[in-house]
Unconditional design. Structure first.
Length: 296
């Protein structure tokens, strides 16, 4: 009995000692100032903790990972809070993450097949500014990629596609105005290029809202590019030829449709959208919806 009492007393002291342990919350980041969109790796340097809760300050869901990675899509000063817990003891550590606006004009294209980030070119300011204006108004919210042709392109931006019934023919909607053509020697239809759709007007002015993203076929060789140069009266640079050989694209559209941007992240999403099952008029059988946000 005496030995038993000693053992019980020792166990109680151990439990009290464990309960008295107070963790210390702490973390570091490679940089405290980054440009959007930015992926930040947080390194947890907490002491004596076994549970964690992270609030990244941008309204996203909390994380319970020890060393999380977080993606900031917009600029701002975000107060990052880490709670470190051991037993019934919790301490908190805070640090401000400064995210600045990108130097380039960037947009996020959210789709039901995944998200992409695109750059809108300063060399085509009329198309860039018009697209940004519509995006900030929420014009593209819940519109469809209504025309999808594998090996060619995926097209959307028709306001009539919002809530469109199955089988409804699309592709004729948009604002009442057009955007003048902006053909730039350095911008061609390689895979991932963002370009404006248009009707058959002789000025080749663009639809104000309908756009397409090039998927294209496989590598484009010199013979095809040479033929297009002869037909259209311009020359491809060595860099453009290499891009067509590496990425593929739709060079027969060059100088006929305005290229005003390109996908810089999420190019595989173009392939996913291009791979969906389609019905009449190349419309996907299952709707592929979009939302577009300006990253700023």
């Amino acid at each position: 009995m005496k030995n038993t009492l000693v053992l019980v007393t020792f166990a109680s002291l151990t439990l009290l000692s464990a309960c008295a342990v107070k963790p210390k919350a702490s973390f570091t980041t490679p940089q405290q100032k980054v440009a959007a969109p930015a992926t930040v790796q947080f390194s947890n340097t907490s002491i004596k903790a076994d549970q964690y809760e992270w609030d990244f300050g941008d309204g996203s869901a909390v994380s319970t990972e020890a060393n999380p990675t977080h993606r900031y899509m917009h600029s701002g000063n975000f107060n990052v809070v880490l709670k470190a817990t051991a037993g019934n003891k919790t301490t908190t550590y805070k640090q401000t993450m400064q995210v600045t606006a990108p130097e380039r004009c960037l947009i996020e294209i959210q789709t039901s097949q995944g998200n992409m980030i695109a750059e809108l070119f300063s060399a085509t300011p009329k198309h860039r500014d018009n697209f940004v204006k519509l995006a900030e108004e929420g014009y593209f919210d819940d519109l469809l990629f209504h025309r999808v042709i594998a090996g060619f392109m995926v097209q959307g931006g028709d306001p009539n596609s919002r809530g469109a019934k199955p089988g409804q023919q699309l592709g004729f909607g948009g604002p009442s105005y057009k955007v003048p053509a902006e053909f730039v020697d350095s911008l061609v239809h390689v895979k991932g290029s963002l370009a404006a759709a248009r009707d058959g007007n002789p000025q080749k002015a663009s639809s104000a809202s309908q756009f397409y993203i090039v998927q294209g076929s496989g590598p484009i060789g010199d013979d095809q590019l040479n033929m297009l140069e002869a037909q259209k009266g311009f020359r491809y640079s060595s860099e453009q030829r290499e891009a067509y050989k590496t990425l593929g694209g739709t060079p027969f559209l060059d100088r006929d449709y305005t290229v005003f941007g390109r996908i810089i992240e999420g190019l595989e999403i173009v392939d996913k959208i291009a791979g969906v099952k389609t019905g009449p008029n190349d419309r996907p059988v299952e709707d592929v919806k979009m939302k577009i946000r300006v990253i700023k």
